[in-house]
Design a protein around this ligand. Structure first.
Ligand code: ASP
Length: 413
């Protein structure tokens, strides 16, 4: 009986109950929103200290700038490969299904002129001018950049000073992991409230109005998540991705209900270490990095959305424009923050690259939140696979603190 009442099973049941109550009891679900907000706030409370501590500990545990460089290069190589495959899957499916026709323009939601995002402003936004401002505003990419410098600098300190720092952050990391474990117990309630609220507010009918587009996005996302990504993970990482999924599915369910990779991060780190058998050097470094730069679901979605918009405007986008989409969708997914709706905002980068009006995002805004839930799940699933794949290339206990701290992982599975 206890097995059937595990948090994972309850969370899955909560998703279906949330959808049902969102459809049939919308007023109750709107009133119950506070529960989801509370769950989200508890997760968000953990993000900054957890990212800081886990990345610091992971890098110091790796033991040298050289080991970090090796892992970092492998991570970026893997991210690039899977993101490229995701955009390709998106373009392939959208060229087959061809969603969008001129009449759809009539139903577009009015939006104010959105701000344009350029590649150079994106690169500059990665660097923190004031780390305390970045910490207090929760700018994860900037925190990551700082903590990478900080941890590499720590590796260059003499033994005693380095151990003082790493002992502190190791303890902080474990304490945050404990809180994450408690918050995870609230997942079923949080998920129920978050999903019920979205369905009550958005309704499922909007999905039907843009059904070709919704189908194209979902088909491509499922193709990438169930076939492409597992195959790549198996070939490079040599593990069974489907049994791994069963162990870490909690994080994917949280991603689905929160539509935020960043908010899911505490759960991803916790379940991949405690249930997925991932070393903390891998989970602690690869997951925060992935949550901010590796977004396969978003990249794929951007490619389909821009093609759909072009079709609706009666604009033909040929092979060369699709190459531009390929490159800009990749950058847009790297630049998108791990928060709800970030992918929609980054669409402006691609629209301006192919010469479509920025207000055109109004066309797809109505269904964005629900599609965001699916693409965020794929973003997080991609990160969970990446950390398990790269785990294979890490020698545990290679860091300088191996002698002082237990580097075998946070807790036994
Ligand atoms: N919500 C997504 C995430 O957090 C980003 C997006 O909007 O595509 O991963």
């Amino acid at each position: 009986m206890k097995k059937y009442l595990s948090t994972e099973t309850l969370t899955l049941a909560a998703i279906f109950m949330g959808i049902a109550c969102g459809v049939w009891l919308p007023d109750a679900m709107l009133a119950f929103k506070w529960m989801g907000d509370l769950f989200l706030m508890l997760l968000k409370m953990l993000i900054v200290p957890l990212v800081f501590a886990s990345v610091f500990v992971a890098i110091v545990s790796l033991g040298s700038g050289e080991a970090l460089k090796n892992l970092g290069l492998k991570a970026f190589g893997y991210y690039f490969l899977t993101t490229a495959l995701a955009v390709t899957a998106g373009l392939l499916v959208v060229n087959i299904i061809e969603p969008g026709s001129a009449h759809q323009l009539a139903g577009s939601a009015p939006v104010s002129q959105p701000k344009e995002h350029s590649v150079s402003s994106l690169l500059l936004s990665f660097v923190p001018a004031n780390i305390f401002a970045s910490l207090s505003e929760g700018r994860i990419v900037q925190v990551l950049v700082f903590v990478i410098f900080f941890a590499v600098a720590a590796l260059h300190l003499e033994g005693k000073k380095r151990d003082t720092l790493s002992g502190f952050f190791d303890a902080l990391n474990d304490a945050m992991g404990k809180i994450a474990g408690w918050v995870i117990k609230l997942t079923p309630l949080g998920v129920f409230s978050l999903i019920g609220y979205v369905i009550a507010k958005e309704g499922l009918e909007t999905l039907y109005q843009l059904k070709d587009y919704v189908i194209a996005v979902l088909v491509a996302l499922f193709l990438h998540a169930l076939v492409v990504l597992p195959l790549v993970a198996y070939l490079i990482g040599r593990f069974n991705p489907y049994t791994y999924f069963l162990k870490v599915r909690e994080a994917v369910l949280v991603a689905f209900s929160t539509a935020s990779s960043s908010a899911t991060l505490p759960v991803s780190i916790e379940v991949s270490e405690t249930k997925g058998g991932v070393k903390k050097e891998s989970a602690g470094f690869i997951l925060p990095l992935g949550a901010t730069v590796n977004m396969d679901g978003t990249a794929l979605y951007e490619a389909i959305a821009v093609m759909f918009i072009a079709n609706s405007f009666g604009v033909e986008l040929g092979f060369s424009e699709q190459i531009v989409i390929f490159v800009t969708a990749t950058f847009a997914s790297i630049g998108a923050a791990g928060i709800p709706g970030a992918g929609l905002v980054m669409m402006t980068m691609i629209l301006s690259a192919v010469g479509l009006p920025l207000e055109a995002i109004g066309l797809i805004a109505a269904v964005d939140r629900i599609l965001d839930m699916f693409r965020t799940s794929i973003n997080v699933w991609g990160d969970l696979l990446a950390t398990k794949v790269l785990n294979r290339f890490i020698k545990s206990g290679s860091g300088p603190e191996a002698t002082e701290h237990d580097l075998s992982g946070r807790r036994a599975p």
